[in-house]
Design a protein around this ligand. Structure first.
Ligand code: F6R
Length: 242
C-alpha cells in the first residue's frame, strides 16, 4: 500500500481528484467506483470544478457506487442516489445510462444484487475504486465479520455505523437498519483502489489498518492483499502514526 501524506482535507481532495482525472484523461472508457459520506465530498467538488473549467469532459465515464440504504426511495434526501446527484452527477456530463447505484427499493433485492455484480463484470471491472474508511474498519457497507469473498449483498448496519451516519438524519431512529453494498470481493477485483482518510476520528482505524493483521473483523485490512492501493491521509488522520 502506498501512503500519501497530505496537510488537510483540501489537499487530500485535490490529490484524489488528480488521480481520478488522470484516469478520465488516459482511459478510453474509465470505470470509476464511487463512495458517499463526508470523505469524498471535496473530491467531487474538485471534479465539478475541473469540468466547469472546460478542460475535462466525463461523457465517456462509467460509474458504480458502492452502496445504498435499503428502502429509501432515490428521491429521499438521505438516499445515496440523492447525494450523488447533488454532489456530482447534476453538475457534470456523465450520461445517465453510465451511472450505476444499487437500487435499495428493488422488488427482488437478491436479483438486484446479482444484476449489480454482472453489470460490473460486463464492463471489465472497476478501474479505480474510491473508498472512505469506517471507524469500525468498514469499506462500502461491509461491516466487521463480512466474508472477504462477498459480492453485492444486503447488510445489517452496525450500531456504530448508524450512529456515525445519524448526523445526516433528524435522529438516529430515522437511520435505516439495512443497506445494499458491493461486497469485499467486488472491491478487491478493482484494478486500483484509492482510500481517502481524513480527520482525527479516523486515526485509530488507520493505525489498525496499517499495523494490524488481515482479518474479517476489520474489513479494510484486506486492502493489504491488493496489489495497487493508494491511501491519501491527512495529518489529523495520521496523528497516531507520526
Ligand atoms: C459510503 C461508504 C462508507 C463510507 C464510510 C466513511 O459510500 O461506503 O464506507 O465511506 O462510512 O464515511 P464518512 O466519509 O462519512 O466518514
Amino acid at each position: 500500500m502506498k501512503i500519501i501524506k497530505v496537510k488537510d482535507y483540501q489537499e487530500m481532495s485535490r490529490a484524489a481528484c488528480e488521480m481520478i482525472l488522470e484516469k478520465v484523461k488516459n482511459i478510453k472508457q474509465p470505470v470509476l467506483g464511487l463512495a458517499t459520506g463526508s470523505t469524498p465530498e471535496g473530491l467531487y467538488r474538485c471534479m465539478v470544478q475541473a469540468y466547469k473549467g472546460g478542460k475535462y469532459s466525463f461523457q465517456h465515464v462509467i460509474t458504480f457506487n458502492l452502496d445504498e440504504y435499503l428502502n429509501l426511495d432515490q428521491h429521499h434526501p438521505n438516499s445515496y442516489h440523492f447525494y450523488m446527484r447533488k454532489k456530482l452527477f447534476d453538475h457534470v456530463d456523465i450520461p445517465k445510462k453510465n451511472i450505476h447505484i444499487p437500487n435499495g427499493v428493488a422488488e427482488d433485492i437478491v436479483k438486484e444484487c446479482r444484476r449489480y455484480d454482472e453489470r460490473i463484470k460486463s464492463v471489465g471491472n472497476i478501474d479505480i475504486q474510491v473508498l472512505g474508511l469506517g471507524i469500525n474498519g468498514h469499506i462500502g457497507f461491509n461491516e466487521p465479520g463480512t466474508s472477504f469473498t462477498s459480492t453485492t449483498h444486503v447488510v445489517h448496519l452496525d450500531e456504530i455505523t448508524r450512529k456515525a451516519n445519524s448526523k445526516y438524519f433528524h435522529n438516529i431512529q430515522d437511520v435505516p437498519y439495512k443497506a445494499i453494498t458491493m461486497g469485499i470481493g467486488n472491491i478487491m477485483e478493482s484494478k486500483e483502489i484509492l482510500l481517502l482518510v481524513s480527520g482525527k476520528k479516523k486515526a485509530l482505524a488507520l493505525v489498525k489498518l496499517i499495523n494490524g493483521e488481515v482479518c474479517e473483523q476489520f474489513p479494510a485490512s484486506i486492502l493489504k492483499r491488493h496489489k495497487n492501493v493508494t491511501i491519501i491521509a491527512d495529518y489529523d488522520a495520521l496523528t497516531e502514526l507520526i
